[in-house]
Design a protein around this ligand. Structure first.
Ligand code: UD1
Length: 326
């Protein structure tokens, strides 16, 4: 019987949490509908019990939660532009799925649910850094959907006594993030393209900035949140980020060094629903769960480029070799 459930276990963040739990010798169950999750992401996770199913089906949620103590809820349709193109699908796989999961968790006697929130909850506020006490201001269907999940988390803590906590992730990147879809995170897309000698496209002027957060930091925060005392964190929201931001233009320049790409980026119109600047105040997570970033942006990016360079793309193409390290 598994002690931990990871939803979205074949996705980038879910598989990374599952891998860390297995490395600690924990018993883990994963659930995924393989809508955006990939079977290749399950490599090395053989010890995980896997349920293939969709959380919009309450029976799948009930099966997934049976006997489990702690849930990491990572399953989602994680993309702002995807939500603009198809808000109903985002609602189904973020809101409806989350509510089904919470009901199943409550009914199965799960003790704690840690939820993957999103920095998009803050919207395009001029105030930086973004602190959890600031009013939320979702400006895309994706942000609305992830925020609804947060509210359900805190309400289930208050109304049903389920221990819940939301970790608001800020632009997570790293190995296993899908680089192949135009809905993918920008760093995954840029790494793949630049390693393959293809020109990346910057939407807008490239001066937009993000608090890009390497995956190991997110995994670390989840493991801490699983262990923190309930009276400290239940029903709350915490930013998970690095507390530093970098522009897309500057990121491109670093990637040029790391990948050996020699061209310039192309520029296109800014994306609908895009925000300009994002930077987290991480003092709450520091204080409440003892979180500090473990891997900084440049080191994370170096590891990420190395991983994409070593990994054969899903299309079967081979990425180019890295330049000699300097
Ligand atoms: C948003 C959320 C993030 C969430 C993610 C899910 C914010 C601040 N962040 O990320 O918490 O996890 O959605 O998808 O709201 N870009 C390019 N070229 C590309 C692709 C993207 O220039 O090929 C630009 C985008 O226009 C954007 C930036 O890069 O300005 C980052 O985009 P992306 O990686 O998609 O993430 P966000 O939309 O910031």
């Amino acid at each position: 019987m598994a002690r931990f459930l990871v939803t979205g276990a074949a996705g980038f963040v879910g598989r990374s949490i599952a891998a860390a739990l297995l490395a600690r010798g924990e018993t883990v169950r994963g659930v995924d509908n393989f809508l955006t999750g990939k079977r290749s992401n399950l490599a090395g996770l053989d010890a995980m019990e896997l349920i293939e199913g969709d959380l919009t089906d309450p029976a799948v949620c009930a099966r997934a939660c049976g006997g489990v103590e702690i849930v990491f809820h990572e399953a989602a349709l994680a993309s702002v532009p995807r939500s603009v193109a198809d808000p109903l699908a985002t609602n189904r796989h973020c809101v409806e799925a989350t509510l089904n999961l919470l009901i199943a968790a409550r009914d199965a006697g799960v003790r704690r649910v840690i939820y993957a929130g999103s920095s998009s909850a803050y919207g395009d506020t001029p105030t930086l850094p973004k602190h959890e006490a600031m009013p939320v201001n979702p400006i895309s269907p994706y942000a609305v959907a992830k925020l609804a999940g947060e509210h359900y988390m805190s309400v289930f803590a208050r109304v049903y006594g389920l221990e819940t906590a939301t970790l608001r992730y800020f632009n997570v990147f790293g190995p296993y993030q899908d680089p192949m879809s135009h809905y993918s995170g920008v760093l995954a897309i840029f790494c793949r393209k630049m390693l393959a000698g293809e020109q990346p496209v910057i939407y807008g002027d490239g001066e937009q900035s993000r608090d890009f957060t390497y995956i190991d930091n997110v995994v670390h925060a989840n493991l801490l949140a699983a262990e923190a005392p309930a009276e400290k964190i239940s029903g709350t929201v915490m930013n998970v980020a690095t507390g530093k931001r970098i522009t897309l233009k500057e990121t491109f320049r670093i990637l040029r060094d790391l990948t050996g790409y020699s061209g310039e980026p192309a520029y296109a119109a800014p994306r609908t629903g895009d925000i300009h600047d994002s930077l987290a105040d991480i003092s709450r997570a520091q204080e409440w769960i003892g979180y500090t970033p473990q891997v900084d942006f440049r080191e994370g990016l170096r590891r990420t480029v190395e991983w994409y360079a070593m990994t054969e793309g899903e299309t079967g193409e081979h990425t180019r070799k890295l330049p000699v390290a300097r």
